[in-house]
Design a protein around this ligand. Structure first.
Ligand code: SF4
Length: 312
């Protein structure tokens, strides 16, 4: 048996926050010329980052690597207050490409902190978004990565305790951790609307439906991308063989032995051109039918910062 059909997840690929972040770098390059400095990869996708490097973007982790007077962009994942204040103090011309849905979590943390709240943050240690959110306040925010971590939580008080989460987590894992948190701290305050973003939720919902209809699922995304990794894990949990590839060149013929139907999706930071290259490769491997799943149409769009809008 060889590959016969490809089913495309809907929605898949770029979200509004990623679209906006890439556009900020492109517009800044056009308006101010190269080099434009970006703190951290603007989004977690190797193809996107390499393409912007070729246009003159310089990606740095340390503000010491940014020369005086430079234009600096914060990545879609957001930054801590320390980074923000240091960048301002050094006088860089700053554009903030932090996704508005991450900024919303930062605003919530700062507001409740002033009201005396302590926080439990559900997220992955070391992820730049988590570092940015933890760094919104100096103390009183505890990171948990798993149900097991909840057992060792010892907040200083429990009357004013709130939960926030990374935006790109597994919806199911987070619900499980949250249930254990609520069990241990029944009065804990949850976000009014879940912090996991619409794009992460929609792509996970779509991959659940997709996984039930195919023999194997391919996720286009870079290994550093949290939401792409969650899609691959979810397809696997749903019982489908699943693999994540950065590009079509990583597809391995042996994955498809005995598989007739292939499901294809892409993380929120993976461009559609890479999905199309995977489709071309799957056609060369025998696929004769390529069709889209029925799915949600996303029409979220976020405005660019002042100074980069067409009229400014
Ligand atoms: Fe924003 Fe979600 Fe996209 Fe991240 S995945 S940039 S939080 S919309």
């Amino acid at each position: 048996m060889t590959i016969h059909s490809v089913l495309l997840a809907e929605p898949r690929g770029f979200c509004a926050g990623v679209d906006r972040a890439i556009e900020i770098v492109e517009k800044a390059l056009l308006k101010f010329g190269a080099p434009i400095y970006v703190r951290h990869e603007i989004v977690h996708n190797n193809f996107v980052v390499d393409a912007l490097k070729k246009k003159g973007a310089v990606f740095v982790e340390d503000l010491n690597d940014v020369p005086p007077g430079a234009t600096l962009i914060f990545s879609a994942h957001g930054v801590s207050r320390t980074v923000q204040q240091e960048a301002q103090a050094r006088g860089f011309s700053i554009f903030d490409a932090t996704c508005p849905l991450v900024t919303k979590v930062h605003v919530e943390v700062a507001k409740l902190h002033k009201e005396g709240y302590e926080f439990i943050m559900i997220g992955h240690k070391g992820h730049p978004e988590v570092e940015g959110t933890l760094g919104q306040i100096d103390s009183g925010i505890h990171l948990v990565e798993s149900v097991a971590d909840v057992a060792s939580l010892r907040p200083a008080q429990t009357e004013r305790l709130a939960v926030v989460t990374q935006t790109t987590l597994s919806v199911d894992d987070t619900a499980e951790i949250l249930a254990v948190v609520k069990d241990k701290f029944p009065t804990v305050r949850q976000p009014k609307q879940q912090d996991i973003c619409y794009a992460t939720q929609n792509r996970q919902d779509a991959v659940k439906l997709l996984s039930n209809q195919v023999d194997i699922v391919i996720v286009v995304g870079s290994p550093t991308s949290s939401n792409s990794t969650r899609l691959q894990e979810l397809a696997h949990r749903m019982g489908a063989d699943s693999y994540m590839v950065d590009s079509a060149t990583e597809l391995q013929p042996q994955w498809f032995v005995g598989k007739s139907s292939v499901g294809l999706t892409a993380g929120a930071s993976a461009p559609e051109v890479l999905v199309q290259e995977v489709i071309t490769q799957l056609r060369l491997m025998g696929a004769v039918s390529v069709r889209k799943m029925n799915g949600l149409l996303e029409n979220t769009k976020y405005p660019l910062p002042k100074g980069l809008r067409s009229s400014s």
